[in-house]
Design a protein around this ligand. Sequence first.
Ligand code: SAH
Length: 567
Amino acid sequence: MIGLISATSAGAAARDRLAAAWPDRVRVYGGPVGEAVRAAFAECEQLVCFLATGATVRLVAPLLASKAADPGVVCVDEGARFAVSLLGGHGGGANELALEVAGLLGAEPVVTTATDAVGLAGLDTLGLPYEGAVAAVSRALLDGEPVRLDAESAWPLPPLPTADHGACTVRVTDRDVTPGEREVLLRPPSLVVGVGASRGVPEEEVLDLIAAALREAGLSAASVAELATVDAKSEEPGLVAAAARLGVPLVPHPAGELAEVPVPNPSEAPRAAVGTPSVAEAAALRGGGELLVPKRKSARADGRPAMATCAVVRRPARGRLAVVGLGPGARDLLTPRAVAELRRASVLVGLDQYVDQIRDLLRPGTRVLESGLGAEEERARTAVAEARAGHAVALIGSGDAGVYAMASPALAEASDDIDVVGVPGVTAALAAGAVLGAPLGHDHVSISLSDLHTPWEVIERRVRAAAEADLVVTFYNPRSRGRHWQLPKALGILAGHREPGTPVGVVRNASRPDESARISTLAALDPATIDMMTVVTVGNTATRTVAGRMVTPRGYRWQESTPEETS
Ligand code: SAH
C-alpha cells in the first residue's frame, strides 16, 4: 500500500490524480501532515509526500528504524515538476516509485542513489539474496575498476559490467562458501528440496534434516527456492511451518505424477501410504535437474523411527526472453515497461537500426548482438539460444514486436524451458491513425503487401475480403523499390467497393523527426509517392475528411449536422 500525504490544494490535486490512477494501491492520509506522515509511515510500504523535501525529512527523521524496514519515500513538489526518491531508493523501492509517479504526473524523476545514477543495476536490487562486500564491489563497479564475474550457475541476471579479471568478484553460487573480503555472493534460487513426512512430523525435525543435508553437501540455504512434496502432504503442519521458516513456498505434486519420475531410491512404504514409490526424490526431480543429495532420513535422538525424508536437486537455470516492441520511433512512445525490459536484459538481440534507437538506454555491460536487414530467422534463433543458455535476453522490434515482426519466429523456436515476456508496442497503424485523425473508429484490418513470405494470391484474397466487408484497411510494407504494382492493384480492388472520394491517409515515418502525412482519396492517390517507411490507411464507405482530419464514424449514420468537408 502507498500512503499519500499532501498539505496544499495544488498538492491535493496531484495526489488525487495518483489516487484515481491507482485506486487499489494507494491510501490517502488526511488531517494534519505530521500525524498523517506518522500514520502512513507505520502502515504503508511506501509514501508519496506532496511536501517540500525539507518538511518531509523533518517529519520522517524521528521515525527511521533501518534501511531494511523503513518504507520508501518519494516527494513531489508543489508544481508537480519533480518526483524525488528521498528515502529507501533500493530496499524501499522509492527509485522505481519515483519513476512511476513521474511518468503519471508528467514530472521529472530525481534519483540520486549512486548505482542508478550511472545506469548500473545495484547489486542489492538484482532480486537475488546476496552476501558480502556489497559496498566495496559496487564502488569498484562505479569507479570503472574491473570486477570479475564468477558464475558457477548461469542465471538470468541483469547486465553487470564485469571483466574476466579484477580484484573484486561477483560470484553467483549456491554453494555454502564464505565471501572473500572483496567479493559479493549472489544466491540464485537454484535448489529444490523434496520432502516426505509421516503424519504429525515436528517442524524442527524437518528443519534439522534439511539443514544437515545442505550442510553435508556444502550448499547454501539462501539458494533454496522451494520445498516440494506430494499432494497428500500439502497441509501437513510440520512441512507448512518448515517452509514458512525457510521463507519458501511448499509446492505439492499429484502422487500420479511423482510415480512417473525415475528415482534412484524408490521404496514400498510411500507407495502404500500415498501412491508413489518416492516422495522426496521424485518431488525434487519433478522439474528436472541434478540430484545433489539422494533421499535421506531424519535422525531422532530418541531412537524412534524417522518421520521425515528429504532430497536436494539443483534445477536448471530458466533463461528469460523478453520480446519488446519499441514503438514507431519517438522516445516518448516507447513504453516504460519496454524501457524496464531493455535495462533488465544482459543480452540484446535486434536489427542494428533499432538497436541505435535505444542504445543510450542500455545498462553498462549489456551484450549487444545486432545484425543487418534480413537474417530474421537467425536473429530469432540467436535470441532463443541465449535464453536457453540461462541469460536474460531482450529481442527488439519496431512498433509492436508481434506485428509482422520478430515475436512469431522467436516463439516458434522457443521451447518451454525458458520464460517468455511480451511487451506490446505502439504499432505503425496506431501511430499513423493518431497523426491522421480517427481513421480506425470502426472495424479495421492490417494487410501487409509484402509477398516475400506470402503468395500474392493470398494477399489479394484478403484485400478482396476487406473490400467486400467494408473494413478500414491499413497497408504495411506498401511499396518498395522492387515491388511497385501491388499497391495500385490493392487500391483498385478497394475502389471496386468504395467511392473515388474515399479518404486515404498516407503517413511516412510516423513519430520520427522527418514525419510527414497527407490525406488523399482513392482516385487521387499517386502510389509512386509511397515507400517502405510508409503506411497507407484507406477509409470505409462512411469515412470522411473533417477539418483536414480523417474520421471514421463509430457507426454508419453519419450525422448531417457534423461540419463536413469531403475532399
Ligand atoms: N512491427 C512493426 C511493423 C513491421 S513491418 C510495427 O508494429 O509497426 C514494416 C512496415 O511497417 C513498414 O514497411 C511500414 O509500412 C510500417 N512502419 C513501421 N514503422 C513505421 C513508421 N514509424 N511510420 C510509418 N510506417 C511504419
